[in-house]
Design a binder for this molecule. Structure first.
Ligand code: 3PG
Length: 215
């Protein structure tokens, strides 16, 4: 059975409320970015595998910022998953699921968070033992109203909505009982990363981290 059943993943996600979704264009920005987020209270970080620097950046965070729990996002293939694990990823996230991914995931030594956007997708993953799912793309897929509706029939599934979420929307998602955490890039804007404006990122992280207190 997959490690998604590992209750530690759900606990860890619930305890942080917000997971920053990071796009790393330059490897050398990765560690200062991670430190800025951790300083603001967000320690679980998702590095998307969408840029040439992503894997090296993930590796820097894993090595140089031990207080962070860093995972890889946008995992589309088993090969990417292996590369991310080798770079130090502590968890893996995909926008969806494919038969190839879920088969390979059985052997991964870290928890996997596959994505679902419909009841059928969520049910298929739940059948395979996945009880913590990414809900993607959250806003275009119906947002808070959709997740509220899913909570009634799919009681055993916790969701991590991502896609189009900001601080205000995050608050509404986190008020739902079937939301473990929310993910988003709003806490790490590209302009602030490029400018090395770590103070702004720490402030955004602080505001996001405060959401957990209102849960
Ligand atoms: C993701 O990649 O998981 C999401 O697209 C991040 O979405 P956002 O940039 O709208 O927060």
């Amino acid at each position: 059975m997959q490690h998604n059943l590992n209750p530690r993943l759900a606990e860890e996600l619930r305890s942080v409320a917000v997971v920053p979704v990071l796009t790393i264009e330059h490897e050398e920005t990765a560690a200062p970015l991670a430190r800025a987020l951790v300083a603001g209270g967000l320690r679980v970080l998702e590095v998307t595998l969408r840029t040439p620097a992503a894997l090296a950046g993930l590796g820097r965070i894993a090595r140089d910022v031990p207080e962070a729990v860093v995972g890889a996002g946008t995992v589309l293939t088993p090969a990417q998953a292996q590369q991310a694990i080798a770079a130090g990823a502590r968890f893996l996230v995909s926008p969806g699921m494919t038969p190839r991914l879920v088969e390979a995931a059985e052997a991964w030594p870290v928890p996997f968070l596959p994505g679902a956007a419909t009841p059928s997708e969520a049910m298929a993953l739940s059948d395979l033992g996945y009880r913590v799912l990414k809900f993607f793309p959250a806003e275009p897929s119906g947002g808070v109203a959709a997740l509220k509706a899913l909570a009634a029939p799919l009681r055993e599934i916790a969701f991590c909505p991502t896609g189009g979420i900001d601080l205000d929307r995050a608050r509404s998602y986190l008020a739902l009982p079937n939301v473990a955490t929310v993910g988003g890039s709003w806490v790490a804007p590209a302009a602030a990363i490029t400018a090395g404006d770590w103070a702004t990122i720490t402030q955004l992280a602080r505001e996001a981290a405060a959401l957990r207190l209102s849960r």
